[in-house]
Ligand binder design. Structure first.
Ligand SMILES: Cc1ncc(COP(=O)(O)O)c(C=O)c1O
Length: 100
């Protein structure tokens, strides 16, 4: 998929691009500047997703990977990964094992 063209369209309409790269580790397209753009590199999509399901290229039972170059999205995704459990901004200190 030529994500460069989708990026232009997304920018025109204030949309995000979530790149489903579940079957595409190592995949790429060549952009208008002649640069190889690998799937999930975050240059044209806001978020890339890869699946680690047993039938995919990288398999580990279940699970997957999300990639982004957007720091705010990264921070939000990091919290979602742990179901909101965090050691950041804690209101109490009960030792190293404690989290909120
Ligand atoms: C293109 C594509 N996207 C997403 C998924 C979903 O991946 P998962 O099963 O890891 O949620 C699949 C699984 O078959 C897929 O082929």
């Amino acid at each position: 998929v030529n994500l460069e063209q989708f990026r232009t369209l997304a920018n025109e309409h204030d949309l995000w691009i979530i790149e489903d790269a579940c079957h595409a580790p190592g995949g790429y397209f060549t952009d208008s500047k002649g640069q190889k753009q690998h799937c999930g590199n975050g240059v044209y999509a806001d978020i890339g997703i890869f699946s680690f399901h047993p039938v995919k290229h990288i398999a580990c039972g279940e699970g997957g990977m999300v990639t982004t170059n957007d720091e705010a999205l990264y921070n939000k995704l990091s919290k979602l990964r742990t179901h909101g459990i965090t050691k950041d901004n804690m209101s109490e200190n009960h030792g190293g094992w404690y989290y909120e």
